[in-house]
Structures are given as structure tokens and as C-alpha cells.
Design a protein around this ligand. Structure first.
Ligand SMILES: Nc1ncnc2c1ncn2[C@@H]1O[C@H](COP(=O)(O)OP(=O)(O)OP(=O)(O)O)[C@@H](O)[C@H]1O
Length: 498
């Protein structure tokens, strides 16, 4: 028994208490580096002095497996100006450099206790694909963040497995305090992917209108899908559809108001969420100015100002260096903000209205950035992958993830026929005069023909009109009617020129 006990004894070497020599050296270096910032010649008993006692200044510390600092609590004198952003930024920059570059640090300043806690953040997961998220109607998942910042988690599937991940959830609708969103980023940072991700979620309960100023055809997968009112890449189409959206917002408000005054609940056709997604609207401004036409952004005024009450949500994505070209209404009414891709702390602060509490990383994967909802905290954000399924570079798993969320095709794209829907379409393609009439009145729309003329006349336009006449004819006063254009002859000519 004695031999067996001796043989089976615990042979793991005892963990050394306290830091080893290398770790001690790191702590001392950090302490010395902080001396010029946390000391003053008038201080009779300085906490920080060259050759001083670092243990008093660093009451708690942890190291990771590689021997680098994993967590550190730093005490500082009360006279340090921790309320000034520049003073904090200097300390954060210094600590990030001295504690090891290439990692992302989180800084929590306790101004009351004169204490700064530095933590190292694990990279956010980049392997999450868009999927049917477990959310309530009116909730949209913008992406995923750190567990410390968000209490809630979402169960997500990863191939065969499941994982719980803390989401950044944006609430829209009548009770939302941030009813519209602005996403900014460098080219290629993933703002179009964010828009596609939002569209796929929005289509579950509402209708979507996409205006693509970039004109790269990244939303072609949405064309003709049930609930997609239009995907417009040309200026003519963008103007016509935004004009319709403004009128539809007004119609909803008037209808809801009349119902309220009559003591009825709001009519059903005012409650279905309508999403207006604009990718690079500033790109239209130049074309519009050159062509002597109005900037499509000017038509966003009504949906932005009154959209919340009318169930209309506007999402704008543009490049960081085009912020100045965004209209005042867009900047004022988009209180949910996202910044993706590489950006300086100053750019993030300007876009979100508050600085991030983390250091920028050297390598930023696409879809990585920060989000802030209204006056809430700044969250780190990783947008789920929702690539263009028609892009050859898209992996098969991601293509399947996106196509699984696409609603069925109900309207053929230009020059295409859908076998299953053909008889139905034949029946509906010539709407009964009364139906068309009723639609015009109900939707405050202009006439119905001529869309083909415009689309044909504007070759660059990737234009779909999912839902279009069929939806309108089948449900005259129900779902909003999509982009129906009646171009002025002059406009059609201009479109041809462009
Ligand atoms: N969240 C994400 N996860 C994984 N890959 C992403 C993510 N977001 C974007 N990407 C990839 O990065 C590339 C650029 O994305 P995207 O087109 O959305 O960027 P963008 O900001 O709209 O750029 P541009 O304005 O130039 O079109 C694409 O290949 C896309 O698949």
C-alpha cells in the first residue's frame, strides 16, 4: 500500500507563487513607463517614482500562458486628469505598446476609485454565418460582441455544433429609440455584407427596398424575392422608389391617424415593417448633380423623420470619407451607428459620438468594428458572414447559409421566367383596371406602366421589382406596392444617356 501510494503521488510540480523574473521585469518596466504620467514634483509621497515600489501601484495582476500580462489593475494618484480623453488616450496607448502589441486591450477607468483595469480581449469569432437568429419581431442582430458587455446570449449553430454567443441586438419599430441606422467603413470593410445580413433578417417579417449606389450588383440575390420591393442601382430607379417610399410613409401615417381618431386599431397595411436599405447613397449625389436632378438623399427626409411611427426603417451604409456628403437628415436621424474595418480612434469617435474602450488591432477582419445604439456603450462588433451567394469566391457553406434565408422567388428578374409561377403570372400580369385603380388610390402611387422602359433604358441598372404588380393586384390595399415608375420622357432620355 505504501509503495502504491508513493507511486500514485501527485507529481505535478508546484505552481510558483508570484511572478517569475521575466514577469517581474515586465511589471517594473510598465511601472517605470508610467512614472512621468502619474507623478508630480509637488507630490510629497508619490505613488509613482523612479525606482519606486510597483507593488503598491499594481494591486492585482495576471499573466497568460505566454507570460504576457493578461489582466492588470493600476492605481493612480487622484490628481491625474482621468476625465480628459487625451490624458486617458496617452495612458492607453502607452500600456498597449508596453504590454505587448498585436492584442486588443479593454480599459475600464474607475474615476471614483482612481483605478484603471486593463484586460486583454479574445478575438471575436469570425466563423459565424448568418442564420435564423432566435429574436423577437422588431429585433435585428447586427453582430456579436464580448460577453462582459452584453447579458444576453443567442444559441447559434456552427455546422453540427451549437454555441451561445452574446449579440448586439438593434430594436426597431414604434417604440425604438434608435429607429434608423448608419454604417460606415473603408471600402471592403463589410458594410454591404451588413446590409445583406439586415435584409435577410428583415424579410422574415417585412418588406425591403434596396438602393445600391455602388452599383456592384451585390444584392442581385434579392431580386424578385417575396417581400423585396425593388433593388435599384440606377438614379432614375432610386429616385422613383424613394419618392414612393416617402409617399408610403405619409400614407401610413394618415391611415393610422384616421384609424386612431375613429377609435380603431391601426390598419394592417400600416403595420408591416418597411425597410429602406441604401448602400453608398452619396455615389448618386455626383450623378444627380451632373444630370441636373435631385439628390436621392433629399427624399429620405420623410421616412427618417416619421418612419418610426409608420413602421419604416432606414439603413444607410457609406464610406468613412464620404460622411460629409451625407445629408443633415441622415446624420441627425440615424442614432444607431456602426463603424467597420480599420479606423482611427478619432474616426470611430466622430462616427459613434464616443470613443471605443479598446485599442485598435493591427489586422482587422472584414465585418469587424464597433457599434453604438443611441447613447449606449460602444460595443466591439463582428458582423455575421452573409456574402453574396452569386460571388464565385463565396464558400459553399456560406452560400447555403444565405440562400436558406432567401424568401422564395415570386417575381421573375428581367428576361427570366419562373416555371412554377408562370400560370399565376399570366393571370396577374394585366391587372384588372379596378385593381390597378384601387392600388393607385390606396398607395398614393402614380401610374403603373413604363417600368420596363426605364429599366431597358438604363443598362447599368440591376433592377428587380419583387412583389411588384402581382402583389399589388393580388392584395390591392395590403402590402405596399413596389417600385413602379412612370418616367418623364426627358428622364428616360437622360437615363439612356447615363
Ligand atoms: N462579416 C463578414 N464575415 C466574413 N467576411 C466578410 C464579412 N463582411 C465582409 N466580408 C467579406 O469581405 C469582402 C468585402 O465585403 P463587402 O463587399 O461587404 O464590403 P464593402 O464594405 O461593402 O465594400 P465595397 O463598398 O467595396 O463593396 C467580401 O469578400 C465579403 O465576403
Amino acid at each position: 500500500m505504501a509503495a502504491a501510494a508513493w507511486h500514485g503521488r501527485d507529481r505535478t510540480p508546484p505552481v510558483p507563487e508570484g511572478p517569475d523574473d521575466a514577469q517581474l521585469q515586465r511589471l517594473r518596466t510598465l511601472y517605470e513607463a508610467l512614472v512621468p504620467y502619474f507623478s508630480a514634483p509637488e507630490d510629497p509621497d508619490p505613488l509613482y517614482a523612479h525606482g519606486g515600489d510597483w507593488e503598491k501601484a499594481f494591486p492585482e495582476y495576471e499573466f497568460d500562458a505566454t507570460g504576457r500580462i493578461g489582466r492588470l489593475v493600476i492605481r493612480y494618484p487622484a490628481y491625474f486628469t482621468d476625465g480628459e480623453a487625451e490624458a486617458r488616450a496617452r495612458i492607453e496607448h502607452l500600456l498597449a505598446a508596453k504590454a505587448g502589441r498585436g492584442r486588443e486591450y479593454h480599459f475600464a477607468w474607475d474615476e471614483e476609485g482612481n483605478q484603471l483595469t486593463v484586460g486583454v480581449l479574445a478575438p471575436l469569432p469570425t466563423d459565424i454565418a448568418v442564420q435564423r437568429f432566435v429574436t423577437a419581431p422588431g429585433e435585428t442582430v447586427l453582430g456579436f460582441t464580448d460577453p462582459v458587455e452584453v447579458q444576453r446570449t443567442l444559441p447559434l449553430t456552427f455546422g453540427e455544433g451549437q454555441r451561445d454567443v452574446p449579440p448586439v441586438v438593434w430594436r426597431t419599430g414604434p417604440r425604438s429609440t434608435e429607429p434608423h441606422l448608419l454604417a460606415l467603413g473603408q471600402p471592403g470593410s463589410g458594410t454591404s455584407t451588413l446590409l445583406r445580413c439586415i435584409a435577410l433578417q428583415a424579410l422574415q417579417h417585412g418588406d425591403v427596398l434596396v438602393i445600391d449606389g455602388g452599383g456592384t450588383g451585390e444584392y442581385a440575390c434579392l431580386i424578385g424575392r417575396d417581400g423585396v420591393l425593388g433593388v435599384e442601382c440606377g438614379l432614375t430607379g432610386a429616385l422613383a422608389s424613394l419618392e414612393w417610399a416617402a409617399q408610403e410613409t405619409e400614407r401610413r401615417l394618415i391611415a393610422a391617424n384616421s384609424a386612431r381618431q375613429a377609435g380603431h386599431p391601426p390598419p394592417k397595411d400600416t403595420r408591416r415593417p418597411l425597410w429602406i436599405l441604401l448602400d453608398r447613397p452619396t455615389a448618386f449625389a455626383h450623378v444627380a448633380a451632373a444630370d441636373g436632378r435631385r439628390d436621392p438623399q433629399s427624399l429620405l427626409q420623410v421616412p427618417l423623420r416619421h418612419g418610426r411611427a409608420a413602421g419604416v426603417t432606414v439603413v444607410v451604409a457609406d464610406q468613412l470619407d464620404c460622411v460629409d456628403a451625407l445629408s443633415e437628415a441622415v446624420r441627425q436621424h440615424t442614432r444607431a451607428r456602426v463603424v467597420l474595418g480599420p479606423a482611427t480612434a478619432e474616426q470611430v469617435r466622430a462616427a459613434l459620438g464616443a470613443p471605443p474602450h479598446t485599442t485598435p488591432v493591427a489586422h482587422v477582419p472584414p465585418g469587424r468594428g464597433y457599434a453604438r445604439l443611441g447613447t449606449g456603450p460602444v460595443h466591439r462588433l463582428q458582423v455575421p458572414a452573409a456574402p453574396d451567394p452569386y460571388d464565385d469566391a463565396t464558400s459553399e457553406a456560406h452560400r447555403q447559409a444565405v440562400t436558406a434565408l432567401l424568401p422564395p422567388r415570386t417575381t421573375p428578374a428581367d428576361g427570366e421566367s419562373i416555371p412554377d409561377a408562370a400560370p399565376e403570372r399570366a393571370k396577374l400580369s394585366k391587372p384588372a383596371p379596378e385593381a390597378a385603380q384601387g392600388m393607385e388610390t390606396a398607395q398614393g402611387m402614380e401610374a403603373v406602366q413604363g417600368m420596363e422602359t426605364v429599366q431597358g433604358g438604363e443598362p447599368a441598372q440591376v433592377s428587380g421589382n419583387g412583389g411588384s404588380t402581382e402583389a399589388g393586384a393580388a392584395e390591392p390595399a395590403g402590402r405596399p406596392v413596389p417600385v413602379l415608375e412612370k418616367p418623364e420622357p426627358a428622364e428616360a432620355g437622360a437615363a439612356e444617356r447615363s
